[in-house]
Design a protein around this ligand. Structure first.
Ligand code: LLP
Length: 405
């Protein structure tokens, strides 16, 4: 689609997030088709982009939600995801979160430790309910991705070992208040190799078979998220191959296949717009200073992540520059050694692939307002979150000011 970036930036101001809803739909359909012919559910990982309108868009297409806090569960419900399509994961759920999830009667709670299982059992008993659960198995497979987003090795905090998982299933199966309906693994994010996923799926499917042999029937086989996307020149996993690998691993099992893609759905649907404030040269090094900062998009600072950056409709001889924000940290940059033409005040830069883990990781550091978000659908643009004001930011503090006097 031809997007008039300049017009959008003018209409809504910068810094700004823009998401192409048609692209999200096309990604959802591709993945759904890859799973065609099998019972499957795509549980969009809300953490990647939790704007209500984004979740609602996916819910309309039939997606469920993978949530990691009760706040995300509430967002999913508010956005119209059906309660039976919501799962709640995460290593550290609080009692109140567990209680609310059980009261809301979502599909299942995904458990990550024995201690958590006992807690869920206790709370379910208090409520007189049976908790549907799944267990996150740590298959001890190296996903071959960035260490910060790799989760499937025993050295990571996520999930439980196979033997422990088995003991937990046996316990849960006997409990009056627990119903073990699912099994789960998630070995990392931005995965570009299929083998680690295939191997993990096989290990976990074998566990399902051994549970079946002792009359514990697992209904939901959840392969987590993690499908990688193209930021620069990555070769990604074709979703048909991905689905095939999972079909192979689960052969003979009567299960509903669940997957939890976040980045795959939204990363390349999104762009971040930021305007040039100044150019400067320090000891021969060129800097382009823009109005967006690490508080808006932290991936380059946090993971040294690459995001392609383009100047919109500016001509001229290109040279290398660091694109940096106004935040008082040396780590506040969007790109290093980016080839850019000479830039003037108010020229527009587009930071690509910013739809996943962009806005959701934004903060108010330096008392900077969170940016606005805009959706583009069928050639039309609409605001889906207004820009924060200073008043929004101080709202929770203001009433306490000068209370000491
Ligand atoms: N399921 C579970 C249990 C997860 O922990 C995650 C992501 C997902 C699904 C979705 O993964 P995806 O399909 O988006 O790869 N902030 C980092 C990514 C952290 C991912 C955390 N877990 C980044 O900006 O790269």
């Amino acid at each position: 689609m031809d997007i008039d970036y300049k017009a959008l930036a003018k209409k809504y101001g910068t810094p700004l997030y823009m998401y192409d809803f048609d692209y999200i739909e096309h990604r959802y359909n591709d993945l759904k088709e890859a799973f065609a012919g099998k019972k499957s559910l795509i549980n969009y990982a809300v953490k990647a982009n939790s704007n209500l309108s984004v979740i609602a868009h996916l819910a309309k297409l039939g997606a469920g939600a993978d949530c990691v806090s009760i706040g995300e569960v509430r967002r999913a419900l508010d956005a119209g995801v059906k309660k039976y399509n919501i799962i709640f994961s995460g290593v550290g759920k609080r009692d109140d979160e567990i209680r609310e999830a059980l009261e809301k009667d979502i599909l299942m709670l995904n458990l990550e430790s024995e201690a958590e299982m006992k807690r869920v059992e206790m709370i379910a008993k208090e409520l007189g309910k049976e908790a549907r659960i799944s267990i996150r198995v740590n298959p001890n497979i190296d996903p071959q991705t960035h260490p910060y987003i790799s989760t499937g090795l025993h050295e990571n905090k996520f999930g439980v070992e196979i033997d422990m998982a088995k003991r937990m299933y046996i316990y849960a199966n006997k409990s009056e208040y627990l119903n073990p309906v699912g099994i789960h693994f998630h070995i990392g994010s931005q995965l570009t190799k299929l083998d680690p996923i295939r191997e993990s799926a096989q290990i976990v499917a074998d566990l399902v078979r051994s549970l079946k042999a002792i009359k514990i029937d697992i209904k939901f086989f959840d392969v987590g998220g993690g499908i990688g996307v193209v930021y620069s020149d990555e070769i990604t996993i074709p979703v048909r191959d991905y689905a095939e690998a999972i079909f192979d691993a689960t052969k003979g099992l009567d299960v509903t296949l669940l997957c939890e893609p976040g980045r795959y759905m939204v990363a390349n649907a999104g762009a971040f717009f930021t305007s040039v404030l100044y150019e400067k040269v320090n000891a021969g090094k060129r800097f382009v200073i823009v109005d967006g900062g690490m508080n808006d998009l932290i991936r380059p600072s946090l993971y040294d992540a690459y995001h392609k950056i383009d100047a919109v409709m500016v001509e001229g001889e290109k040279s290398f520059a660091d694109v940096v924000g106004p935040v008082c940290e040396s780590g506040d940059f969007f790109g290093k050694n980016v080839l850019l033409p000479p830039l003037q005040h108010n020229d527009l830069l587009v930071v690509h692939s910013a739809g996943a883990y962009g806005f959701t990781m934004a903060s108010n550091y330096n008392t900077r307002p969170k940016p606005a978000e805009v959706a583009l659908e069928a050639g039309k643009d609409r605001l889906i979150r207004r820009r924060e004001s200073y008043e929004d930011q101080i709202r929770l503090e203001k009433e306490f000011l000068h209370r000491d006097q």
